[in-house]
Design a protein around this ligand. Structure first.
Ligand code: KMH
Ligand code: ZN
Length: 272
């Protein structure tokens, strides 16, 4: 089995300091969280950007500063969010792809997202896929519902993406697929042979589905974007604390944790 690639998602677009005071907002805070997470075994950073007041932004200048700070202190793979926040335009969302990061997220369909609707029409998805292709950015297919896997396959038929690819199963978002473990095994069974996959379990599902992915040969995402708790009723002190637990668990289960150079090989990214 390949070493475990741990992704840290330190901030997301929705969670605030009111939810957990340790949520980072500024580029300096976000990069510091990534640095600490890297020290504990995270090899990939899934990045969202914030304005100083904590609201979500897709401004390439803010992303550029975050990436610069992460690269100054780590060799992590940086993956920008193209999901942004519910309600953003596609032109806003695609902004950070122009920075030519190593990876970006490509959500393959529309779903309810709490009280909102996370809209990704076929036209929107093709627009994002083309932008990634034009900028040499590897997509991570964000899969919130099982049918989204079929859309990724359709994109490959249209030569907008390459398959096998890398999939991230986001499981447990209210309004989308639930955290039942059977959903993870079904999704894994539906992706093209030779693809790699990560699970991002939301809330309490982060730990249980992460453990499952570690055993099944997948990879894991943890962090405040998906979960602000360390355990029931106990808020996590940092993203690093969540990464450290996952790394510890992997070691106990006999699965080594990937360094960024190994993660690049596993995810078939160009060497740095
Ligand atoms: N904030 C969510 C609506 C992504 O990063 O690509 C979408 C999201 C997915 O977070
Ligand atoms: Zn995200």
């Amino acid at each position: 089995m390949d070493p475990l690639v741990i992704t840290v998602a330190p901030v997301g677009a929705e969670v605030t300091k009111e939810h957990n005071p340790n949520v980072p907002y500024t580029p300096e805070e976000i990069a510091e969280e990534c640095f600490r997470a890297w020290n504990e075994g995270a090899s990939l950073a899934h990045i969202h950007a914030r304005n100083p007041d904590g609201t979500s932004t897709q401004d390439p200048d803010v992303y550029s500063r975050i990436i610069e700070l992460i690269k100054a202190k780590t060799d992590m793979i940086v993956q920008v969010s193209v999901g942004g926040a519910v309600g953003m335009t596609i032109e806003e969302r695609v902004g950070p792809v122009s920075l030519k990061p190593e990876m970006a997220t490509l959500t393959c369909g529309t779903c309810n997202f709490g009280d909102g609707i996370f809209t990704n029409s076929q036209g929107d998805i093709e627009f994002f896929a083309k932008a990634m292709k034009d900028n040499g950015v590897k997509p991570e297919f964000e899969i919130f519902e099982v049918g989204m896997i079929e859309t990724a396959k359709k994109l490959a038929l249209k030569k907008l993406v390459d398959l096998p690819g890398h999939f991230d199963f986001v499981i447990g978002v209210p309004g989308a697929i639930s955290g039942d473990p059977r959903n993870l095994t079904h999704m894994v069974s539906m992706i093209p042979a030779g693809s790699t996959w990560t699970v991002a379990g939301i809330g309490r599902h982060e730990l249980s589905l992460g453990a499952m992915a570690t055993v099944l040969g997948g990879h894991v995402r943890v962090g405040f974007e998906d979960n602000i708790y360390y355990s029931r009723g106990v808020k996590a002190k940092s993203n690093a604390e969540l990464v450290a637990r996952m790394a510890r668990l992997a070691k106990e289960l006999g699965r080594p944790v990937a360094k960024p150079s190994e993660a690049r090989e596993i995810l078939r990214l160009p060497r740095k």
